[in-house]
Design a binder for this molecule. Structure first.
Ligand SMILES: [Zn+2]
Length: 84
């Protein structure tokens, strides 16, 4: 039981570390996931302009089955890039 709990905690810490520190924009994405909406609407933790301008990579989600948006910046592209 203690071993499973320890493994779970280690897994959570590793995923949190990966999501926060892989690029500067992933910190903002993580902040948006924990802050209340009214704080986000004040402009705190807003999306960046373009991940690739800071040598980062986009992480795509499905907008409407025809366009893909990045979780971390405002870039939107044609195609189903979230499937790649
Ligand atoms: Zn991006």
């Amino acid at each position: 039981m203690v071993c499973v709990l320890t493994l779970t905690i280690v897994t959570l810490i590793r995923s949190l570390y990966a999501s926060i520190f892989r690029s500067p924009y992933r910190k903002r994405t993580w902040l948006r996931s924990i802050l209340p909406w009214f704080v986000i609407n004040l402009g705190m933790a807003d999306k960046a302009k373009d991940c690739e301008k800071k040598d980062g990579e986009h992480e795509w989600y499905n907008i409407n089955n025809e366009k893909s948006g990045c979780y971390h910046c405002h870039v939107i592209r044609d195609g189903q890039l979230w499937k790649v």
